[in-house]
Design a protein around this ligand. Sequence first.
Ligand code: AMP
Length: 281
Amino acid sequence: MKTFESIAELRSVLKEMRAAGREIGLVPTMGALHRGHLRLIESARDRGDSVVVSIFVNPTQFNQPEDFDKYPRTLEADEEKCARAGAEVIFAPTAREMYPDGFYTSVDVTKLTDELCGRFRPGHFRGVATVVCKLLNIVQPDRAYFGEKDAQQLAIIQRMTSDLNMPVQIVPVATVREADGLAMSSRNERLSLADRAIAPILYRALTLVADALQNGQRDIDRALEPAITLLRSVPEFQVEYINVVNATDMQIVTDVTPQMRVAAAVWLGGVRLIDNVPVSL
Ligand code: AMP
């Protein structure tokens, strides 16, 4: 396995891999890899792809400089994990390589960014869509793998690649959780022990809503009520949102639809946690 900082060097290796008949699977990440990321790499490898993992803490998708500064950076450990999971190439560019002086282009996906994290993190998804568009153009993979943990991001990337006729298949991968239900996240490392013990309540709240809807509750507000009460009962939580959305366009639903997601974001001890669960009727 090799790590490249330079787009030109990466491209020349990818050209050789393609000439040898390999199909390329891209796994975009911000590093600080955990089992959730590794599941994406394994999914790509299991499909027979030669796996390229990008590791780039993208400055343009952070709306708080402090969050960007505090984001864990663990390249050496990440390299070992990628190698063990079967990745062949890591692309770890500098910010300057991705955004040289005179960079003025961005990709804006509308509508799907209206609610959930889009509402609370202005500009975040513009940063995400732009960097993913660049990564897809740099690597030109056959497939790119994204976690359902970030369901709104996944929907936005699917929309962008479809709207812009980008020749790549987007492959969703189910959320990997700790034994107590907490969705794995690089940010979990920043939770204190006490907060780590409380954090799984977020997942419990989401499953309350999903279970109610799957058990026949047709009133969305009623389905949400017990979850809101549960989240509010935890003084350490500052709830940003909890909503039921249409899984395709990420609009808040007032009537049940066949494919929905219950999604929430809370702050806990200075750490922002997001999670979501699918609801299929
Ligand atoms: P990040 O490094 O947080 O930007 O995440 C990189 C990719 O890994 C994204 O597609 C995420 O959705 C995915 N991912 C992060 N956490 C998990 C998880 N717990 N389960 C599955 N995929 C995940």
